[in-house]
Design a protein around this ligand. Structure first.
Ligand code: BG6
Length: 442
């Protein structure tokens, strides 16, 4: 059955995210599957459709698929000019009858104003599930500000209409975590604190934040990466087996973990800033914003007793890398009454970037007559199995939002706890010195 076409309206159309990630992702979404009859991109700059097309193509470094380009339209709109919304309404025609998804890829301070204006002119009606609203992260800048946004937004739309993006949840290898964990007895039955000593979740980048400095200096690495992506990963790694894989159950199980996360150890947070950050512009000469952070956490549940969860992220690092390293406790073999042998701890690495795969270090007897043991390695290359385009996180998330599937979108109660944890990390971070670093390795 042919799906009813809908309209995607993007606020923040001239921003990096739309040009570098979202439009290239839509471009990859096969022509006939794109459900949007129109993709309306809004921004403050004065562009013709043609000039906008060239602008994003250059910025995002991609070639338009013709049929998408035909559907993309640009509109110059100031988000706080209420009269501009009438022009938007005129362009959309009888808005309330149509399936419309509003995607707000703008700073969180603009969320409520935009939603209020859309609601006022009838394009975003409370209770109308044909009207959806997607919020790009961060959803606020602290627990307090996110609660205030949530409260104002709920006066305008129902929770059911809201989708909060965390693009890490759309990444194929991150979606693979639950498959690996619960689809294999091998992993499932050894997935607990009795045998796992630490879980390290790292996301490093070589790029700095020059182009996004206006956003970044108010946000910092804790809000930008830990609050959203990395805490969600802790939840996916530590959650109990869900009774089913429905959105409600998976979100509930993640929430059960999130509410038990605490800072741990004597120095739970280390923070840094890359050298050169303060020279990006004059206003930053005394900036204390962290571009690197490492936080040590624990999950206060009986099955994760004594397991360290380390989340670490940084800009201007030596390499761009995203992986989850699961280290098992060491083990001693009793060879005979007087001899023992310490085998190397097993390590399971879930690789998300630059390669997608699973790497396992285990112990094996060395070939030969003697009984010697060595650590050996097994690799699974996930991306080697992709045919054609690799699954793209933003495509998956937009597809799911279109279908009304919230499995890969954080619920409000998850997000609220994530902010609470992020705020605690920020309080601990301020008590530690901000170390300046040259490009470094994790
Ligand atoms: C975004 C952050 O959510 O994730 C950026 O705002 C960061 O600062 C980006 O660069 C990293 O995403 P990825 O997919 O490249 O790991």
């Amino acid at each position: 059955m042919k799906k009813e076409p809908s309209i995607l309206v993007v606020f923040g159309g001239t921003g990096d995210l739309i040009a570098k990630k979202v439009l290239p992702a839509l471009n990859q979404w096969y022509e006939e599957e794109i459900p949007y009859e129109k993709v309306l991109c809004l921004g403050r700059r004065d562009f013709s459709n043609e000039a906008y097309g060239d602008f994003v193509r250059e910025k995002g470094q991609f070639q338009w698929v013709e049929s998408l380009k035909e559907r993309v339209q640009y509109l110059n709109l100031e988000f706080n000019h209420s009269q501009d919304y009438q022009t938007l309404k005129n362009l959309l025609g009888k808005g309330s009858k149509k399936k419309i998804t509003f995607y707000l890829a703008v700073k969180p301070e603009a969320f409520v104003t935009i939603a209020e204006n859309l609601n006022r002119i009838g394009l975003l009606e409370k209770g109308n599930i044909r009207h959806k609203i997607i919020f790009e992260k961060p959803f606020g800048a602290s627990l307090k500000s996110s609660q205030s946004i949530q409260k104002s937004i709920l006066a305008l739309v129902d929770e059911e209409q809201i989708y909060r993006i965390d693009h890490y949840l759309g990444k194929d290898m991150i979606r693979n975590i639950l498959a690996l964990r619960f689809g294999n007895r091998l992993f499932q039955e050894s997935w607990n604190g009795n045998v796992i000593s630490s879980v390290k979740i790292v996301s490093s980048e070589t790029a700095g934040v020059e182009e996004r400095i206006d956003y970044y200096d108010h946000i910092g690495a804790i809000n930008d990466m830990i609050q959203s992506h990395l805490l969600q990963l802790v939840a996916l790694i530590a959650m109990d087996e869900p009774k089913d894989f429905s959105a409600a159950t998976i979100r509930k199980e993640k929430f059960e973990i999130l509410k038990h996360i605490r800072l741990s150890g004597e120095e739970p947070v280390i923070r840094g800033q890359y050298k050169g950050y303060r020279q990006i512009n004059e206003s930053l000469s005394a900036s204390e914003t962290e571009t690197y952070v490492k936080a040590t956490l624990s999950v206060h549940r009986p099955n994760w007793k004594d397991t360290q969860f380390v989340v670490e992220t940084g800009k201007k690092m030596k390499e761009k890398r995203m992986e989850i390293i699961i280290s098992y406790r060491p083990k001693t073999l009793h060879l005979n009454d007087s001899e023992t042998f310490q085998v190397a701890p097993n390590v399971l690495t879930i690789q998300v970037y630059p390669t997608e795969g699973v790497h396992l270090r285990f112990n094996s007897k060395a070939p030969g007559y003697d009984f010697q043991m060595d650590p050996v390695e097994a690799d699974y290359c996930h991306d080697c199995r992709s045919i054609g385009n690799k699954p793209e996180a933003y495509v998956k998330l937009l597809m799911d939002a279109e279908a009304g599937d919230k499995t890969l979108f954080a619920s409000w109660r998850e997000l609220e706890i994530q902010w609470q944890i992020a705020d605690q990390i920020k309080v601990a971070a301020i008590k530690t010195p901000l170390k300046l670093y040259e490009q470094k390795e994790l």
